[in-house]
Design a protein around this ligand. Structure first.
Ligand SMILES: *Cc1c(COP(=O)(O)O)cnc(C)c1O
Length: 475
């Protein structure tokens, strides 16, 4: 293409005003803000201009480069892409139920309803309706938490990291906290117990060895500067082999003898016994209270299956001091969290219903048999419509609880295994990720594995559509 031809092509491009006029004539149902239209038109036209200018000598451009209807649909696609929320839903086919990068726990239907009501209306967040005076935001869930855990008092903050920080600062600022060397955990990179301890102004006293810590180690380290004995749940690792750890009961007895409090950071902390549904048991919050912990902290969005929150339960005296710490204001929980948490906790009042209502528990309890039925249906659908362009089958695999709960426990599951002669598993994974809604799976060898445990029932059709769309794309 020579300069003269290029100029002719450029002249054939419509002006921004012309495209905008045509868009207005199309009269879309809910047009985007004008600024988005204008930006999109400019960008689409500029792209075409660059393509014309960049065309090589012998290169021919398509006749359609100035085609108005093509430009219009390109502009509309770009505008809707720009208006799409940045934080959006994805289909989690990784099999990790509490996936921290994918938002951890999904909320129950009841919790979602409460979010709409409390978010769209005024509420008694800090207002005492009985006395017509200022109230406390803590009261909305404190009673439920005490009832479900057997604790005297409770408080909720932004997340469990904040609960641990607040507790250490309140109980041990300028003093020493004794922790076993086997429990100095790092969770997800940014939460490292020794660092949190330092930021809380407390001094860490490590006792025992990595694999074995005895009661005498704790006792030998107690000094007049000691303020707290701390036990931390090894959320994401296990120490196996020649090991010894001190039970919470023994630690509580020792602490009492020296007039010290004992705290446990449970991490996940379950409110129902998972072993009842064939899963491995995770420590229960009420067991820690019963064993004599003065303070127990855990997350709201791990096994509890609620909103992001940090929950502290324990003796009234210590919870009262936590509430009075000026830091409490900086880590305080918002009304959405309280609304969703209250509904989530209410589900636990019925020990059977809770397995139906809380998505995380429902997913964890799904049997291979139930998953196999879904898998067979999906495989049939995709095979019929994707023909020979995709190889789809189902097989047994393993899911994970995630979120530092049930570490190393492999939960038997059913996965779809997808491969294609036309693309690598990596390319397939990438395309599924670019789909709307994005589908996230795992690559294993030359196949993409999609775990159905974490795919909601209402998403199965979308998953099938994503695969069929994949099969229809050019290699
Ligand atoms: C997950 C975890 C935390 C951090 O909880 P967040 O709610 O993510 O802030 C702290 N301690 C332990 C032991 C954990 O497992």
């Amino acid at each position: 293409m020579d300069e003269r031809e290029k100029r002719a092509y450029l002249r054939r491009l419509p002006s921004v005003e012309e495209v905008l006029r045509q868009l207005a004539l199309k009269d879309p149902v809910s047009p985007p803000p004008r600024a988005v239209w204008v930006d999109s038109v400019r960008q689409v036209l500029e792209r075409r201009r660059q393509r014309i200018l960049g065309a090589g000598k012998g290169e021919e451009l398509e006749e359609t480069s100035g085609n108005l209807s093509e430009i219009l649909s390109e502009v509309m696609a770009m505008a809707s892409w720009r208006l799409r929320p940045h934080l959006r839903r994805v289909i989690n086919a990784t099999g990790v139920v509490l996936h921290t990068n994918l938002g951890r726990a999904l909320l129950s239907k009841g919790a979602l309803d409460r979010l709409l009501e409390v978010g769209g209306h005024y509420s008694n967040l800090e207002y005492d309706l009985e006395n017509g005076s200022r109230g406390s935001r803590h009261v909305h869930v404190e009673g439920l938490l005490c009832q479900l855990t057997g604790a005297e008092a409770a408080m909720v903050v932004n997340n469990n990291a904040a609960a641990v920080l607040l507790a250490l600062n309140t109980l041990a600022e300028g003093k020493e906290v004794i922790v076993s060397r086997g429990e100095l955990v790092e969770i997800g990179g940014s939460f490292r117990l020794p660092d949190v301890m330092r930021k809380a102004g407390a001094q860490l006293t490590e006792v025992g060895t990595t694999n074995r810590t005895h009661l005498s180690d704790y006792e030998g380290a107690i000094r007049s500067e000691t303020a707290l004995l701390l036990k931390v749940h090894a959320s994401n690792y296990r120490i196996l082999g020649f090991t010894a750890e001190v039970s919470l009961v023994e630690l509580a007895v020792l602490a009492r003898r020296y007039g010290l409090p004992v705290m446990e950071d449970l991490g996940s902390g379950a409110l129902v016994d998972l072993s009842r549904r064939g899963l491995q048991k995770e420590p229960l919050v009420m067991e820690s209270i019963k064993a004599g912990a003065d303070l127990v902290t855990f997350s709201g969005d791990k096994l509890l299956g609620g909103p992001q929150a940090g929950i502290a339960v324990g003796r009234r005296e210590y919870i009262g001091r936590l509430k009075g710490n000026p830091l409490a204001r900086a880590v305080r929980v918002d009304k959405f969290t309280l609304a969703a948490l209250e509904a989530t906790l209410r589900s636990y009042l019925d020990e059977d219903e809770v397995w139906e209502e809380i998505p995380a528990l429902r997913m964890l309890a799904l049997t291979q048999e139930e998953l196999r039925i879904r898998a067979e249906e999906l495989v049939a659908q995709v095979r019929e419509r994707a023909r020979d362009r995709l190889l789809v089958s189902w097989e047994e695999g393993y899911s994970e609880a995630g979120g530092g709960s049930l570490p190393l426990v492999e939960i038997p599951t059913i996965v779809l295994a997808v491969s294609s002669r036309f693309m690598t598993a990596e390319a397939m994974e990438e395309r599924l990720r670019a789909h709307d809604p994005p589908v996230l799976g795992r690559v294993k060898g030359d196949r993409t594995l999609l775990d159905l445990r974490t795919v909601l029932e209402g998403e199965l059709k979308e998953l099938a559509d994503a695969l069929i769309h994949l099969a229809s794309e050019d290699p």
